[in-house]
Design a protein around this ligand. Sequence first.
Ligand code: ADE
Length: 425
Amino acid sequence: MMTTSLQLKYDIKDIALAPQGKQRIEWAGREMPVLRLIQERFAQEKPFAGIRLAACCHVTTETAHLAIALKNGGADAVLIASNPLSTQDDVAASLVADYGIPVFAIKGEDNDTYHRHVQTALDHRPNIIIDDGSDVVATLVQERKHQLADLLGTTEETTTGIVRLKAMFRDGVLSFPAMNVNDADTKHFFDNRYGTGQSTLDGIIRATNILLAGKNMVVAGYGWCGKGTALRARGMGANVIVTEIDPVRAIEAVMDGFRVMPMAQAAAVGDIFVTVTGNKHVIRREHFETMKDGAIVCNSGHFDIEIDLKSLKEMSSEVKQVRNFTEQYRLQSGKSVIVLGEGRLVNLAAAEGHPSAVMDMSFANQALACEYLVKNKGSLEPGIHSIPTEVDQEIARLKLVAMGIELDTLTAEQEIYINSWTAGT
Ligand code: ADE
């Protein structure tokens, strides 16, 4: 751990990367008008004065704008990585050097360092935790119960984190309010769908430089992230196959025009595989065995558990890095399987994550969820809380204004009609 001349503690790759990071943070800001408005208001109103905040997010140019907004709002904020491979080291450096925000995140950090940083976030004794995947919250609940009294509440960014919070609630250990940012309409409709859709293909293309047109791309999971990935892959000319365990989602995929089949069948025909299920070992030994020589496998779900890399290693005689974030596993059978980004989120490991324009709305939700926790201190029940509809609608409205798009408005006649039940056939 290092300190700046201002005695700011941090653990990052190289503080000298700050100028490049600053330039890239400023570039991202062009596409984040909603968060900018919130940041300007926070700077005036200081809603977080006296609040200690720990944010566990992918350390990207977009997260930088969230961290700056919170700091300008008066928060005593620290930032750690929510994934060992997603940190943009230049951004981490600039946040420390140019914005005075303590960051603990290094791209490629090992699991021990990652967990040490989670402990550092908790050492800050946060009143608010922003989590992406629920690692900080799960650690707090398991290892630092004595700090629960400090906590106003938490916010959660992603589907996987919400699944974990629901399990905590079922187990009776969620003793504080947790704001469900993921399920806000202005979050998952755009971030999970169009953000994951675009950035996953971006990661695959940056890592491999392959042509998608004409390839069989297997998308495992047809949640919002799967829908976006399948949609964008089709747009690039891939023949998309979807695998699902949920019957409704499977019909949706069929009627969206995709082939649906079990992974056991898809494994033999796929050229590229993307997992976005949130579950474990979606691609495993029996699938590797039937894959084509040279099949490319990657994951865009939150954790690196969707591809059973342990089995793949056991089946392999050699593992060789062939490009950045691209490893070739030579199987004992003679075939090879290519794994991108070590099975971690390919969109953040090999590319830069979701584009700023969607993170603008996701992080507007985060910023306003934190403010909501402060404003409603003491009055929120323990459990998972939705982002209020008015907040969601306001974020959409501001985004439209920024995009220069006008809405229609109801006429007086329509207003009366839509609010009455008397008029029928
Ligand atoms: N999650 C996905 N993309 C992201 C980004 N660009 N910044 C922060 N979190 C993300």
